[in-house]
Design a protein around this ligand. Structure first.
Ligand SMILES: [Zn+2]
Length: 316
């Protein structure tokens, strides 16, 4: 089938037309996640119509719409459950009514980390296994799991996807989510500045001279021997390794897939996390494979066909 797919990130919307596990056409648009939902969606609608014209397709050629959303989602009702400070009024918004009105099409909505996992599981690094966990390393930390071929969702839509808020440091950093010492507050781009300035090495660090601090510069300066960057790199990799071990102990995966923008430094991150997992995960059955995602930005788009099929089977 042919579908309209999108991944509504906090900073970028990824938009595509997908058929039989292939992205036929795609584009991105800046996401003003402070805007209201209707404004963001009208931009999305224009982008889809443009892609369809390029492909010489019509809306009626598409079986439905899949949408990956950066928040907790109730798949059955197609509603966003929690306000994460992105897309004002998303919680009250009726996505299905919008899709019906503008496209006369069914719409399936799911959490973005779950969609990234489904994409990798069906079409990417998780192919061939029915037991997969993912960690997305980015502005925040996204997680998700497939156990024995079933996508973990839970009664309230939050199973598997709150791994970034699992405590990795008892008595650690106390930040916005309500928990203390969670993985995201300990090592994610959103908290990198806080982490850096709290280190005594910060004052003499070359990182201070940079206009924006991100993990790409931390890994680069660590390579050059900067003491602050080395400390940040060491700390962050241990946090992500700890999170990987926690997910392995919770979900029993055969593969842990690491994705997200920070994985541009996979050459350092992968061996470090593999080593940490080998040392600290309790898996008497064998060794968990820790691998990089293969699909990048297209993972959540490619999950759309699976999501719509799942939606049709739930709703009929
Ligand atoms: Zn948290």
């Amino acid at each position: 089938m042919t579908i309209l797919a999108c991944d509504l990130g906090g900073t970028r919307m990824k938009i595509g037309v997908v058929r039989e596990g292939r992205v036929l056409a795609q584009t991105t648009a800046p996401a003003n996640s402070k805007a209201d939902m209707a404004t963001a969606l009208s931009m999305l609608q224009n982008a889809w119509l443009h892609l369809l014209r390029e492909l010489k397709l019509e809306v009626r050629d598409c079986a439905g719409i899949s949408m990956a959303f950066p928040s907790l989602v109730d798949v059955k009702s197609g509603r966003v459950l929690a306000d994460f400070g992105k897309y004002a009024n998303a919680v009250k918004f009726d996505f299905r009514a919008w899709a019906q009105e503008n496209f006369q099409s069914p719409l399936a909505l799911e959490n973005d980390a779950r969609m990234a996992l489904v994409g990798e599981w069906r079409h990417g690094a998780g192919r061939g296994s029915d037991n997969v966990a993912t960690i997305t390393l980015g502005t925040g930390l996204g997680t998700s799991a497939v156990i024995q071929g079933r996508l973990l969702r839970g009664q309230h839509g939050q199973a598997g996807v709150l791994g970034g808020h699992i405590t990795v440091h008892y008595g650690g950093r106390d930040r916005t989510c309500g928990n203390i010492g969670c993985a995201e507050a300990e090592a994610s781009t959103a908290f990198l500045c806080d982490m850096a300035v709290s280190l005594p090495e910060w004052n003499s660090s070359s990182l201070r001279k940079l206009a924006t601090l991100n993990y790409a510069s931390v890994f680069k300066q660590a390579e050059a021997g900067d003491a602050c960057a080395l400390k940040l790199r060491e700390h962050s990799v241990r946090v992500w390794g700890t999170l990987a071990v926690n997910l392995i102990h919770a979900y029993d995966p055969e593969i842990v897939i690491l994705g997200g923008g920070i994985m541009a430094s996979a050459g350092v991150i992968l061996p470090a996390i593999r080593g940490y997992v080998r040392k600290h995960a309790n898996t008497p059955w064998g060794e968990v494979r820790v691998v990089a995602g293969e699909l990048g930005d297209t993972a959540a788009l490619l999950a759309g066909e699976w999501l719509l099929q799942d939606y049709f089977s739930i709703s009929t």
